[in-house]
Design a protein around this ligand. Structure first.
Ligand SMILES: Cc1cc2nc3c(=O)[nH]c(=O)nc-3n(C[C@H](O)[C@H](O)[C@H](O)COP(=O)(O)OP(=O)(O)OC[C@H]3O[C@@H](n4cnc5c(N)ncnc54)[C@H](O)[C@@H]3O)c2cc1C
Length: 330
């Protein structure tokens, strides 16, 4: 049995200092990912710093948008009346994940930080550069049907498993963090990393930094009406996305005046579809334009032995999510 220290500080500064001194320490939030990984021997900590007493639960409207504390549970965020009304994409994406029980425990900070569900990462008998740098990638030549289409490297083809992150990417969230050097803000697009030569690093958080909140820019009514989160998975519940699409459109007189699109299950980070967004702006709401946008979004996609089906599934999911968001499908 692995022995570890456990602390439960009530102040953020104490929690941050406590982790900074501990090379093999971890923050513990809802525990739904970390404790599983400890049980499987993927994480063997010397110290757990339980952050649940920190004052980071608040969800509130601010002058610049929406502030969501890192310890707000996924359920609290998804059921928050203002978020449901003004940021429905976020509520839909969160509710597409896990189960009600898990969403009650899981926190916003923990969800941002959750690790890949690549089976080679979870199987300690298999090589995995993410788990053990330099050991190789079992998925490259293995059963890779869940794996990436975009931004992978010869070291890692795993994907970010989160639904919430896909909506946060589409909504231009900012992640606020604090460490011994003080606070800083990271744009969601810069938070998660592509694997490159260092797949062991999922994100750009420095060792010891704590996520304190996620802030969303002012809700524009533009993005609360034509919205859809489409998640394609092996089972209709309790399964991670093969492909997911977060779509939000602003439409005036049947013309798209703004688009926000991001995909999940296709890259090591939530994958924003900026070129497709640019294409859609000024176009009429119709299936041909949605198909063209999907074609643009798929440029540069690269499949492996067992995930070639995603080359068809992903563009179809983009078109379908846009149709569902605009009422062209129901
Ligand atoms: C059976 C099952 C099914 C699931 N299905 C889905 C799904 O379909 N979609 C989906 O999106 N997710 C799914 N999840 C994942 C779930 O959403 C995550 O486990 C959860 O969001 C993690 O949050 P947590 O608070 O429990 O994190 P923890 O387990 O406490 O922590 C996870 C990691 O985050 C770090 N951490 C936590 N908080 C902070 C912070 N504030 N600052 C810095 N680091 C921090 C911890 O140190 C740890 O490394 C599933 C999980 C399970 C077990």
């Amino acid at each position: 049995m692995n022995q570890f220290q456990y602390t439960r500080p009530a102040e953020t500064a104490v929690a941050v200092k406590s982790l900074a001194k501990e090379p093999n320490g971890y923050f513990l939030a809802g525990g739904t990912n970390l404790v599983d990984m400890m049980k499987m021997g993927l994480v063997v900590p010397d110290k757990l710093i339980d952050i649940n007493r920190l004052p980071l639960k608040k969800i509130e409207k601010t002058a610049t948008g929406m502030h969501i504390g890192a310890l707000a549970s996924n359920s609290e965020v998804a059921e928050h009346a203002y978020i449901k009304a003004q940021y429905p994409l976020l509520a839909l994406a969160i509710n597409a994940g896990a189960s009600p029980q898990l969403r009650n425990m899981a926190t916003v900070g923990g969800n941002l930080m959750q690790r890949t569900r690549c089976p080679y990462f979870f199987d300690t008998a298999m090589p995995c550069n993410k788990r053990t740098p330099g050991s190789g990638c079992g998925a490259l030549e293995g059963i890779n049907r869940m794996h990436a289409l975009f931004g992978a490297s010869d070291k890692c083809i795993a994907v970010n498993p989160s639904d919430m992150n896909v909506a946060l990417a589409a909504l231009d969230a900012t992640i606020h963090v604090t460490g011994v050097k003080g606070p800083r803000a990271i744009k969601i697009g810069d938070f998660h990393r592509l694997p490159g030569d260092h797949p062991e690093l999922d994100n750009t958080l420095q060792k010891g930094e704590l996520i304190t909140s996620v802030d969303l820019p002012t809700a524009s009514s533009a993005y609360n009406k034509h919205v859809y989160y489409l998640k394609i998975r092996d089972r209709t519940s309790y399964a991670f996305a093969l492909v997911s699409v977060a779509a939000a459109l602003h439409i005036e007189n049947n013309t798209i005046t703004g688009a926000r699109l991001a995909m999940g299950g296709v890259a090591h980070k939530p994958w924003r579809l900026s070129t497709a967004e640019t294409f859609l702006k000024g176009k009429a709401v119709n299936e041909d334009n949605f198909k063209h946008a999907a074609q643009i979004a798929m440029q540069g996609a690269k499949a492996y032995e067992y995930n070639k089906f995603k080359l068809k599934l992903a563009p179809n999911a983009i078109v379908q999510s846009l149709k569902l968001a605009t009422g062209l499908a129901s």
